[in-house]
Design a protein around this ligand. Structure first.
Ligand code: TXA
Ligand code: MG
Length: 345
């Protein structure tokens, strides 16, 4: 248990009974808005300020944040209370915007042309110039992108003009929300604004196709039938559990640093890089980056993947990692560090 109160916005659903969205609105400043011009403008402003905005897509409601802002993306994980950093789908207004994030081969171009906007997510190699937070793709070399068809999502994305990372707007392990009231009841306390576009028409999440390898893989069946996709690019393989990021939620091949990771370090050697946490930084490392000097786990999550990358390239012989407490996002941070440590030779 973390002994001190950390500034993370994680809230438990009200104990017992149904949460009342309108009283929640008063308590927390939550705003359910009509998706008219003023509502969309307020949502764009909230996204620009780094807040979370829930919005309808044709599949389910998404919990959106500016995908290029590490802290905003970290707030998504905090709100969902996920025990690990699942990569998120990045939503854009049009195919051209997706092409600035990921490398499209001929198959991807054909699928995008045929099914976007629509309930199809493509997993593609991330471009080196991709501005999306590494946390949004959980440090993977790939990125999941989609252009939603819902008019409210489309307007929000085109007015915002930047990519929006958005998982389904439900707490981890709960049902995906298909109305604004579902979102308000489950996550209202963590969200700046909810655009109410009525019930979502498809009600099932998007179909996810991984095109990062030689043969297309169906990662998640969803709102677009597999047969329609196969008619355009040929048959889809089932996920191969032995190889990498397949079944969503069970991704194995997340980014692992090249250097060995030494966890829960209480000392550091001169040839080691140090991934620090908190105000009392261990002295003597070859290079040091502090996940959060203030001990803020949301800030730490926001920095995690970018800092691991930088320390990996620091010329050190190993990376020593100071202990990170388990509370809130600490669990997901430690899950990721544990996997990275286990995978290094
Ligand atoms: O319909 C939808 O797709 C909704 C709406 C809001 O767009 N979003 C949604 O997001 O369902 P989420 O986070 O609940 O599910 C996204 C799935 C996760 O299971 C994740 O593992 C997978 O997409 N995913 C994301 N990026 C990936 C990547 N680079 N490689 C493999 N899987 C990825
Ligand atoms: Mg989900």
């Amino acid at each position: 248990m973390a002994s001190q109160a950390l500034p993370i916005r994680i809230s438990s659903p009200a104990a017992g009974g149904e949460a009342d969205p309108s009283s929640g609105a008063q308590m927390s400043g939550l705003l359910i808005r009509e998706p008219d011009d003023a509502g969309i403008a307020a949502a764009v402003e909230a996204l620009r300020a780094g807040a979370l905005v829930a919005f309808p897509t044709e599949t389910v409601y998404g919990l959106g944040a500016d995908a290029t802002a590490d802290l905003a993306v970290a707030a998504i994980f905090a709100a969902k209370q996920r025990p690990s950093f699942n990569p998120l789908i990045v939503h854009v207004a049009e195919t051209a915007m997706a092409e600035a994030l990921a490398r499209f081969d001929e198959r991807a171009t054909r699928l995008a042309h045929r099914f976007w906007p629509g309930p199809l997510t493509l997993v593609l190699p991330r471009l080196p110039t991709c501005p999306v937070s590494l946390l949004a793709s959980a440090g993977l070399p790939t990125i999941a992108v989609r252009v939603p068809r819902h008019p409210v999502a489309a307007r929000l994305l085109s007015r915002f003009g930047r990519p929006v990372a958005a998982p389904s707007a439900n707490p981890s392990g709960r049902l995906s929300p298909t109305t604004a009231a579902h979102v308000a009841a489950a996550l209202g306390d963590s969200i700046g604004l909810i655009l109410d576009g009525g019930p979502t028409p498809v009600g099932l999440e998007s179909t996810i196709v991984d095109l990062s390898g030689p043969s297309p893989v169906l990662l998640r069946p969803g709102g677009l039938p597999e047969e329609e996709i196969a008619a355009v690019i040929g048959p889809l393989a089932a996920p191969d559990p032995a190889h990498g990021p397949k079944a969503p939620g069970m991704l194995a091949s997340h980014y692992a640093p090249r250097l060995a990771l030494r966890l829960r370090a209480s000392t550091v050697a001169p040839d080691e890089a140090l991934l620090a946490f908190g105000p009392a930084v261990l002295p003597g490392a070859k290079a040091t980056l502090n996940l959060s000097a203030a001990g803020d786990l949301v800030e730490a999550a926001a920095n995690l993947f970018a800092f691991l990358h930088r320390l990996d390239e620091s010329g050190a012989n190993a990376i020593a990692v100071m202990p990170v407490p388990e509370g809130g996002l600490g669990r997901a941070i430690n899950d990721r560090l544990g996997r990275a440590a286990a995978r290094t030779p």
